[in-house]
Design a binder for this molecule. Structure first.
Ligand code: NAP
Length: 244
């Protein structure tokens, strides 16, 4: 894998695992975070211990100028050849009947507008670099719908899946592949952030493999999709969900 990879939401969870999996292979990353600077600094320090430089940039993906700045910062490490469009949020369990507009808008702002803005910047940089790969982090929720939990979140991830298909066709001739992963129940802080730290344990019985997944297991799929080993894969999204 050549060049620099931009990873959004790289300070914790799946994004941090991606940064470190890439660092272990000598791939430099410029990764974004929203507020947790200490966590971001720790990830950058661990990447440095692995012998690979990285840059952590505070950048809210729903803010256009932040996204532009994130990609500009990445150029300090060399041409950008990859994006892992990973930053995302959920929200407390709720039925559709109880949703309000502010909550739905915030989910769509971060998960959809943010993903589009990052993809747009990536297309510019990857085209200039002669090609590359965009990996969109979706969710199995996009297919399952998350009834009684967060249909709005699920719908935001369905939009990400559509971005993967449509953009892949737009930029294939420019040497850019656009692919996705749909994680299932993965042990990260995201469940506590939406008010249910025990969510993975509550639902583990619904997973054919009988357990929640680890962030590293998603990161390995992302690394493969970014790599030349996946050179004929585009416009599709891989489930990483233990069969759920
Ligand atoms: P997480 O542990 O909560 O980490 C979220 C990351 O995104 C953090 O680095 C956070 O930065 C960053 N972030 C949050 N809002 C942001 C914003 N507005 N702008 C920029 N960065 C932002 O989440 P995760 O579980 O690793 O989830 C990563 C992705 O996987 C998300 O897209 C999520 O929807 C998806 N996913 C997760 C699961 C799961 O079970 N965990 C399942 C399916 C899909 P700070 O550290 O600064 O807050």
């Amino acid at each position: 894998m050549r060049g620099t990879v931009v990873v959004t939401g790289g300070s914790r969870g799946i994004g941090a695992a991606v940064v470190l999996a890439l660092a272990a292979r000598g791939v430099r990353t410029c990764f974004g975070y929203a507020t947790h600077r200490e966590a971001a600094d720790e990830v950058a320090a661990t990447a440095a211990d692995l012998g690979t430089p990285s840059i952590a940039v505070r950048a809210d993906v729903s803010v256009e100028s932040d996204v532009t700045r994130l990609f500009q910062a990445a150029r300090e490490l060399g041409p950008v050849t990859g994006l892992v469009n990973n930053a995302g949020i959920t929200a407390p369990r709720s039925k559709v009947v109880d949703l309000d507009a502010d909550r739905i808008r915030r989910l769509l702002d971060v998960n959809v507008v943010g993903a589009f803005l990052c993809a747009r910047e990536a297309v510019k940089h990857l085209t200039a670099a002669g090609g590359g790969t965009i990996v969109n982090v979706s969710s199995r929720a996009a297919v399952l719908g998350s009834p009684g939990e967060y249909v709005d979140y699920a719908a935001s991830k369905a939009a990400v899946d559509t971005l993967t298909v449509g953009l892949a066709h737009e930029v294939a001739a420019d040497g850019i592949r656009v692919v996705g992963v749909r994680p299932g129940l993965i042990r990260t802080d995201i469940h506590a952030a939406s008010g249910e730290p025990g969510r993975v344990e509550r639902l583990r019985g619904t997973v054919p493999l009988g357990r929640g997944g680890e962030a590293d297991e998603v990161a390995e799929a992302v690394v493969w999709l970014l790599s030349d080993a996946a050179s004929y894969v585009t416009g599709t999204t891989l489930d990483v969900s233990g069969g759920r």
